[in-house]
Write a protein that binds this ligand. Structure first.
Ligand code: 3PG
Length: 306
């Protein structure tokens, strides 16, 4: 028996679950679903006999991997895989994958939804500002960054990007201006949209020094990970600069500390960037197909562990 378990504390749209189930069954596997689980014990029980696992931001720790004695593959239906213990996967001969690009448009659209709401003072009736003509810096020019650039260009923003892993020529070909350093990006752009992954190197890397370089009316838009922000230094900056705004797709750890900043911050209550039917279908179905292709044909494209 090959059991494919979808374990999502934050469920996919029903249409996505139905399509994932269809792909799994078409491949001749058993389908199991664990949604909105309240504690880790439920996940540990459900993974016991699973050969494959599909998750979202669910934490796949070494405890989960070790409880899943039959597990061959875990796919994070999404881009960032900081929730997977890759060393535990490798140590237990489990292939770990992500589904890059599948939910990127949804994340980019949310970034603009939040930016426009902030620029229009949360629609409180007072005169706001427009995004057109403003400079936006894209910090990491991957799949989401590319969509952010396209939407920004449609709105009429001047688009800049910093990404040491992407050739300047590729960035220029998209009509985007590459900059030479992260400091240059932040000092040039009133808006900065963050798309770096959460790694030991990037953790708390968005700090006071960097943010204080942003021009008057600076707005940081974080649809990446809260862990990359140095939260205490962000609060210090917002205390010193009454013009600065912070928008984040998921609240910081100590969100109550932001209360004094009134309308200068906005946090989604739950990570919402990828929470559209389309993104759920794209990422979930890609995950199911990757599992079928790995189990049947040994295809390891999108493997992220060693
Ligand atoms: C991702 O890394 O793909 C996004 O952060 C989406 O996360 P989610 O699947 O938990 O919504």
């Amino acid at each position: 028996m090959t059991k494919v378990l979808v374990a999502t504390e934050k469920p996919f749209a029903k249409a996505a679950v139905d399509q994932i189930e269809a792909v799994v069954k078409e491949a001749g596997f058993d389908f199991a679903l664990l949604e909105k689980y309240a504690d880790k014990a439920e996940l540990l029980e459900a993974v016991k006999d699973a050969s494959a696992l599909i998750v979202r931001s669910d934490k796949v720790t070494s405890e989960v991997i070790e409880a899943a004695k039959e597990l061959k593959i875990v796919v994070r239906a999404g881009a960032g895989y900081d929730n997977l213990d890759l060393e535990a996967c490798t140590a237990n001969n489990v292939v770990a994958m992500n589904t890059p690009g599948q939910n990127s448009n949804a994340v980019a659209e949310l970034a603009f939804g939040m930016m426009i709401a902030m620029a229009r003072n949360a629609y409180n009736g007072t005169a706001g500002t427009e995004l057109k003509g403003k400079k936006i810096g894209i910090h990491a020019y991957g799949n989401v960054g590319l969509y952010v650039a396209k939407i920004a260009q449609g709105i009429g923003m001047d688009v800049y990007a910093f990404d040491p892993f992407v050739d300047d020529a590729k960035i220029k070909a998209d009509g985007v201006t590459p900059v030479a350093s992260v400091e240059e990006l932040y000092s040039t752009c009133q808006y900065v949209s963050l798309h770096i992954p959460a790694t030991p190197t990037t953790k708390e890397s968005i700090n006071f020094d960097l943010l204080s370089k942003m021009p008057k009316g600076g707005v940081l838009v974080n649809t990446a990970r809260k862990e990359v922000i140095h939260e205490a230094e962000m609060i210090k900056l917002m205390m010193e600069r009454e013009d600065f705004c912070y928008i984040s797709d998921i609240a910081p750890d100590n969100k109550e500390d932001f209360a004094p900043f009134g309308g200068r911050f906005f946090f989604t209550p739950k990570k919402m960037g990828a929470q559209t039917a389309e993104a759920n279908i794209n990422a979930g179905v890609a995950a199911a197909n990757q599992i079928a292709d790995f189990i049947k044909n040994g295809n390891e494209t999108f493997k992220v562990n060693k």
